[in-house]
Design a protein around this ligand. Sequence first.
Ligand code: ZN
Length: 344
Amino acid sequence: MENCPEQQPLFTFGVIADVQYADLDDGYNFTRTRRRYYRTSLQLLKNAVKSWREAAVKPDFILQLGDIIDGFNKSHDASDRALNTVLTEFSSGPAEVHHVWGNHEFYNFSRSALLRSRLNSALNSNRTVNAAPADSDIYAYSFSPVPGFSFIILDGYDVGLLGREESSQKYKDALSLIRQHNHNTDLNCPVFKGLEERYTMFNGGFSKVQLDWLDSVLSSADEKQERVTIVGHLPVHPRSTTPICLAWNYDELLSIIRSHSSVVCFMAGHDHDGGYHRDIKGGVHHLTLEGVIETPPDSNAFATVSVYEDRMELRGCGRVRDRVFRFQQDEGSIINAVTDLQIS
Ligand code: ZN
């Protein structure tokens, strides 16, 4: 044993969610049960970037899981300034960032502005990306950092009210869909009926165009026997989050994931408490990362993931715990009951 050299990962990447920075004093969430650290979230982002910069093995890229700045910036006319502040931090890091769009991106910017912005990583990446159909305005793409591994960024507000012009057909269709489930005047208030809670304005879903595109990307990944990690703002497995944070048509996305052997992991943000569940059908690991915005200044919330042939090891910092994501194909047909081992 003592002669075994430590195994080197094939590559590593960083992950962080819900920074929600604003130059404002602390506040509370909608139900006033959770403190939000708007200003010090920037310091926690600095801590994450410093850790990645100083790591012995530098991450190849960073995944930013959405809600990079808070919606309050809009009412303070500070959206561009706040975005500039957080992107300056990220740019001092060791690797390019792949940005996911969350509800707070749309509180600050329209979809057309986001598509032209620095938050459009499909436009700004130095890598070759395979983007969703060019004639759509869907922000979804895939990239392969190393042969045999792919990452897919999904657009959880492709169907939704946020970021869409009220006069557009897509807005009207989304409104009619949400109205079938939520009869409240304020559509940010959920109906408290289990999974129906997800039909709020701060959530959204995936169009048929996006689902078909995802299905075809995954079919090609299956053929190539790749390992695919899918990344979005909204969780899609009911056991990896609370119903109020789920994507509207999470069930359709889940059934596509379950029909492709290539998918190994789904990563989301949005639910600041975080969550994890290993799907019994197919063994895909569903991780919801703890949000920076509700993390006290003396703690942290980010992770670095090391990828090996048979697993991914997530090393969490602060309130993000360590986990090992073993790939299903290497375990035969039996899903290991010990699904989230601590890294010793
Ligand atoms: Zn969110």
